[in-house]
Design a protein around this ligand. Structure first.
Ligand SMILES: [Fe+2]
Length: 356
């Protein structure tokens, strides 16, 4: 009996080792590139704006509304397979501690060409919280530059659109990037905040068409809100020039080594910033820079948040001044938006990967 048991255990261990050895070759053998279905829906400046098409999240009366932003989660099918659980546990803690009403993800949810298992696992994990969530794309969500990802941009859209609690809606197909959409936060039918979710994708900058669409959307929101632009926020992946201007010269809200001067880094303003000033976008939120995070306000009272990176996958900052791991969250009351960072314990979630 004892011998029999030993034999079974030995056989199981052998099978386990063979399984692990075969996993990676099989993964690459079966590797297939999945293309999502293209849906042509072209934007024209003269088309009507339909506010009822915008997904809404309800803010409870006289209660704060919390948006938790997860930045650069950076899952990867193979390389991080043994660390995935750690990032899931970290997200668990972030949600338990901040109790969000909405979770946003500012891009680079995955970070390599092998993005199928990681995206499937992240979507399932986000769905398990049963809290509305809203991602935008970053420069790594469809793989690394010059390579073909397992899931292309359209397939990633399908993963998000098929998730019950995910508010993602693909935008028009002629903007140069597909993941542009809006969300309204409402309290008793009144819009409390409009969120502009902008796709940076693999682009370095926003496209001309994308900014035309954004202007059209901002105008539409204003017209549908009694002629007053709702207080708004914009979420996207890469920081624009104004972030760095605010960082160097803005009013310190949470900045290391702030220089406290009032001047701009350049004479011309980014188009996004101009649209923001005109249509009451009061908060710009981005990720992408793993090694720094800050909140700063500029001379026009616009707040710039470079979010705290979530999880150490894909590299993070070791530097003492900038070390950070966790998430930035926004507490929205009637008029104000309080911006805070929640830092997780380095000992608990450190996986020993260096900055890349
Ligand atoms: Fe990035």
């Amino acid at each position: 009996m004892k011998k029999g048991l030993q034999r079974i255990i030995t056989s199981l261990l052998i099978l386990l080792f063979i399984g692990i050895d075969l996993f990676f070759p099989i993964y690459f053998l079966l590797l297939h590139h999945y293309k999502g279905k293209e849906i042509i829906s072209e934007f024209h400046k003269d088309q009507p704006f339909v506010i009822d098409d915008i997904p809404c999240v309800e803010k409870k009366k006289d209660k704060d509304f919390v948006i938790l932003n997860l930045a650069d989660v950076q899952m990867c099918d193979l390389e991080d397979i043994f660390h995935r659980n750690i990032i899931h546990q970290e997200i668990d803690e972030l949600i338990q501690q901040t109790k969000p009403d909405l979770i946003t993800l500012t891009g680079d949810q995955t970070w390599s060409n092998e993005n199928m298992i990681s995206l499937t696992s992240l979507v399932a994990w986000m769905e398990s919280y049963q809290i509305p969530w809203a991602p935008v794309f970053g420069n790594h969500d469809f793989g690394n530059e010059g390579h073909t990802p397992v899931l292309d941009a359209l397939k990633c859209c399908e993963y998000y659109e098929n998730a019950k609690y995910c508010l993602f809606q693909r935008g028009p197909s002629n903007l140069g990037c597909i993941g542009n959409y809006l969300i309204n936060i409402k309290e008793e039918g009144k819009i409390v905040r409009t969120l502009y979710m902008l796709d940076h994708g693999i682009l370095d900058d926003f496209t001309v068409e994308q900014m035309e669409w954004l202007t059209w959307a901002c105008k539409g929101m204003k017209e549908n809100n009694g002629g007053i632009s709702p207080s708004s926020m914009a979420f996207f992946h890469k920081p624009t020039t104004e972030f760095f201007t605010a960082w160097f010269y803005g009013e310190e809200l949470s900045i290391p080594n702030n220089l406290k001067a009032k001047q701009r880094l350049k004479d011309t303003e980014d188009e996004l910033y101009q649209i923001g000033k005109e249509y009451n976008i009061q908060n710009f939120v981005c990720g992408h820079n793993h090694w720094m995070h800050f909140v700063s306000k500029d001379e026009n009272n616009i707040t710039f948040t470079m979010s705290l990176k979530t999880g150490e996958l894909g590299g993070y900052a070791e530097d003492e001044d900038y070390y950070g791991n966790g998430a930035t969250y926004f507490t929205i009351s009637k008029e104000e938006t309080l911006i805070q960072d929640y830092f997780v314990s380095r000992e608990k979630y450190h996986i020993g990967k260096e900055e890349e």
